[in-house]
Design a protein around this ligand. Sequence first.
Ligand SMILES: [Zn+2]
Length: 158
Amino acid sequence: MNQTQKEFMEIAIGLSQSGMDQGKGGPFGCIIVKNGQIIGKGSNSVLSTNDPTAHAEIVAIREACNSLGNFQLEGCEIYTSCEPCPMCLGAIYWARPSRVFYANTKSDAAEAGFDDQFIYDELNLPYSDRKIPFDQILQDEAKKVFENWILKENKSVY
Ligand SMILES: [Zn+2]
């Protein structure tokens, strides 16, 4: 960790405190940096926006992609005040930043009442044993659209 990385993480931690103080949501903050510039920032805003996906990382990724006018975070660094949950981890992989720094661990989050271990546990179970039932229906009909996608010309492949 160098001095600049330390300062960026302090900003992310500051957002975790200010978001919590403003009643936006839980104590989580995140910033996204490209070429030394902050291009996206977020605090957990689940409560203020009634959006269960408004985790700090998601809020920051949306802002950063909007600033870049791109759906990829190529060459970007993410500084998040806590190790990402499975949803944010997935979003980070889709966004493809170059590096992630985190401060608190997921066990620190669990001690504060934010336990995402149950999601990791669910991933290892067959659908039939999961807490939320998943049933497959109308595969043939849905698959036709995939076939149309495969045949579609002039599409952006990502
Ligand atoms: Zn998350």
